[in-house]
Design a protein around this ligand. Structure first.
Ligand code: NAD
Ligand code: LMR
Length: 328
C-alpha cells in the first residue's frame, strides 16, 4: 500500500500533478493539502474511477497532520511562482518560510517519507529541508530529493532534431548541477544514444535548457511559470521513486541530493566542493541508493559550465542553510 501526499495541491502544478497521481495504479491513497481550495480539487478528482482513495485537507482541523500521517512519499509544489523579470532566488523570501513550515510537519508526522521538493528556489529549499531534518535528528539523505526532472525533460525535447527519436523521452540526457539558469548543466556528451550536435548549435541548446523556465514565464506574461510540463516531470520522478520503492531495479534519474549522505556521493562532493548537487542517482527500495559520478567524463566545454554552476550553487546552498541557522 502506498500513500502519497501533495502539499500545495490546489496550485498550478498541484492540480495537474494530483490528477496524474490519482490515475496512477501505483498509488493506493492520495492526500491533497493546501491552504486554500482543496475541498473542491479533491471532490472533483475523487470522481475519477481509478485506484487511489483520495482526500483533501486544509490547515484547519489538523489538516496537515492528517494529510501526512502514514505518507510514504510527499511531493511539495507549494509556494509562489516567478513573474517576468524575477529570478528564482527572488522567491526565496516567501517560499523559504513555506517550505520550512511543511518540512516541520514532515518531521512530526512522517519523518521517514520520501520528500520531493519542487518549490523554488530548489537550490536553496532542499538545503533548508536538509538542515531542518538534521536539526530534528531525522535526516535520511537517501529520502530527500530536489526535483530537477523538468530540466531533463526539456533537454530531451530540445535535442529531438539531433537525437532523431520519434519519442524524445527515449534520449537519455543527464542534466546536472542545480535548478536555475547557469547552475543547470546539460551533459550532451553523455547522451545515450549519442547525439551529433553541430558545433554552431551547441551554445544555443545549452542556453535553452538553462533558461527554458524563462521562456514559459515570458509567454505566461505575469500569470505564472511552468505548471503543466512541471506536473508531467514531477509525476515522472515520483513514479520512478515509487517503482523503485516497490522493488523495480535499474531506475536512474538525475536529482538534487545531499551528496555526502548517499553512497558514492562523498567523492563527488569532494571533487565539486559542494554538498548539494544534481547527479544521476540510482533509485532503490530505500530511495537514493547510489550517486553516479559522470562528471569526470565531461568535455572541456562542459567542465567550464560545471565550474560556473558550482560557483552559483555555493551561494544558493549557503543561503538556505543560513536561513535555518538564523531562524528565531
Ligand atoms: P501556484 O501559485 O499556482 O501554486 C502554489 C500553491 O501553493 C497555491 O495553491 C498555494 O495556495 C499553495 N501554498 C502556499 N503556501 C502554502 C502552504 N504553507 N502550505 C500548502 N500550500 C501552500 O504556483 P505553481 O505554479 O504551482 O508553482 C509552485 C512552485 O513550484 C513555485 O515556487 C515555482 O517556482 C516552483 N516550480 C518549480 C519547478 C521545478 O522544476 N522544480 C518548475 C516549475 C515551478
Ligand atoms: C522552471 O524551470 O520552469 C521552474 O523552475 C519555474 C521557473 O521559475 O522558471
Amino acid at each position: 500500500m502506498v500513500k502519497a501526499a501533495v502539499l500545495g495541491a490546489s496550485g498550478g502544478i498541484g492540480q495537474p500533478l494530483s490528477l496524474l497521481l490519482k490515475i496512477s495504479p501505483l498509488i493506493d491513497e492520495l492526500a491533497l493539502y493546501d491552504v486554500v481550495n482543496t475541498p473542491g480539487v479533491a471532490a472533483d478528482l475523487s470522481h475519477i474511477s481509478s485506484v487511489a482513495n483520495l482526500k483533501g485537507y486544509l490547515p484547519k482541523d489538523d489538516g496537515l497532520e492528517h494529510a501526512l500521517t502514514g505518507a510514504d512519499i510527499v511531493v511539495i509544489p507549494a509556494g509562489i511562482p516567478r513573474k517576468p523579470g524575477m529570478t528564482r532566488d527572488d522567491l526565496f523570501k516567501v517560499n523559504a518560510g513555506i517550505v520550512q513550515t511543511l518540512i516541520n510537519g514532515i518531521v512530526k508526522f512522517c519523518p521517514e517519507a520520501f520528500i520531493l521538493i519542487i518549490s523554488n528556489p530548489v537550490n536553496s529549499t532542499v538545503p533548508i529541508a536538509a538542515e531542518i531534518l538534521q536539526d530534528a535528528g531525522v535526516f535520511n539523505p537517501r529520502h530527500l530529493f530536489g526535483v530537477t526532472t523538468l530540466d531533463v525533460v526539456r533537454a530531451e525535447t530540445f535535442v529531438q532534431e539531433y537525437s532523431g527519436e520519434r519519442d524524445p523521452s527515449k534520449a537519455k540526457i543527464p542534466v546536472v548541477g542545480g535548478h536555475s539558469g547557469e547552475t543547470i548543466v546539460p551533459l550532451f556528451s553523455q547522451a545515450n544514444p549519442a547525439l551529433d550536435i553541430p558545433a554552431d548549435k551547441y551554445d544555443a541548446l545549452v542556453h535553452r535548457v538553462q533558461f527554458g523556465g524563462d521562456e514559459v514565464v515570458a509567454a505566461k506574461d505575469g500569470t505564472g511559470s511552468a505548471t503543466l510540463s512541471m506536473a508531467f516531470a514531477g509525476f515522472r520522478f515520483a513514479e520512478s521513486v515509487i517503482k523503485a520503492f516497490k522493488g523495480e531495479m535499474g531506475i536512474v534519474e538525475p536529482t538534487f541530493i545531499y551528496l555526502p549522505g548517499v553512497p558514492h556521493g562523498a567523492a563527488i562532493a569532494k571533487a565539486t566542493g559542494v554538498d548539494f548537487f544534481s547527479v544521476p542517482v540510482e533509485l532503490g527500495a530505500d530511495g537514493a541508493s547510489m550517486a553516479i559520478d559522470i562528471l569526470g567524463s565531461a568535455t572541456k566545454k562542459e567542465k567550464e559550465l560545471l565550474d560556473i554552476s558550482i560557483k552559483g550553487l555555493k551561494g544558493n546552498i549557503e543561503k538556505g542553510i543560513e536561513f535555518v541557522k538564523n531562524a528565531p
